[in-house]
Design a protein around this ligand. Sequence first.
Ligand SMILES: Nc1nc2c(ncn2[C@@H]2O[C@H](COP(=O)(O)OP(=O)(O)O)[C@@H](O)[C@H]2O)c(=O)[nH]1
Ligand SMILES: [Mg+2]
Length: 275
Amino acid sequence: MIRFVIPAFNERENIGPLMADLAPRADALGARIIFVDDGSTDGTYEAIQEHRDGLHLAVVRHAVNLGLGTAINSGLRAALGEAHDDDAIVMLEADNTSDLDDLPRMMALYAEGYDMVLASVYAPGGRIIGVAPWRLAASKSVSNTFRLIGGLREIHTLSSLYRVYRAGTLRRAAETYGWLLVREPGFAANVELLLKLYNAGATVAEVPTVNDWSRRRGASKMHLKPTIAAYGRLVAAHLVGRIQPPPMSPLRNPEPVLSLTAQVQDRVESRSSPL
Ligand SMILES: Nc1nc2c(ncn2[C@@H]2O[C@H](COP(=O)(O)OP(=O)(O)O)[C@@H](O)[C@H]2O)c(=O)[nH]1
Ligand SMILES: [Mg+2]
């Protein structure tokens, strides 16, 4: 089953157009929709309720705004609470800028076995429309920095929200990192999560996408200063090894723990044999 997870903060005006596009597709796919309303004060929650008829939809609500990273964490954990390991969790923007026509190609790669499939504006064939040149340059340099230091050279966009995740991979990651899985409270959480999963051996593919910001009503919620500080923290965390999973962890290698237990048990059993 597919579960759409959609973090939303003050997106009332975008919920109608988003649901007009998403609802028939979710219905046809028999998919679940989980919104995270992150302390919106503009009636986002009520707008979601207006469009829930006939859909398998839930809303996780934060009483106050806790930031995109925290909302991603809440949404993923809500989805993992219901998902089987092979289920897909599809994260979408609430501002109607994630192009749902890309989804079949993303799901085809997922079906081939990739643990994460990213919608990529910087991959050949991808594009962003309607973004200020300085923001585009800043965003590209974030992706390029982490491509270089993180070893993900073949991936072009590292900060995208629009992605497919394999539930089992995320579950082992959540068991490994606990509540530190998504430590960054803001927009840098997308890069953090990608690096953590990639370092632990998750396979990653991308599909070029066109992100048309003219489809969105209202302004971007990204604040520049805290986001730059967060990327600085991430670089530091990467350099000191805090992004890496510990050597014995459910994410890095689920087997050795089990076989170690089995060996110890073997020994205990052979010692207690009546020879
Ligand atoms: N839950 C939550 N979602 C947020 C927050 N800030 C932004 N978002 C959502 O995250 C997505 C990306 O934010 P957006 O403002 O579109 O950033 P941009 O695409 O980089 O301009 C949108 O769906 C927003 O509603 C936040 O503080 N909490
Ligand atoms: Mg957006």
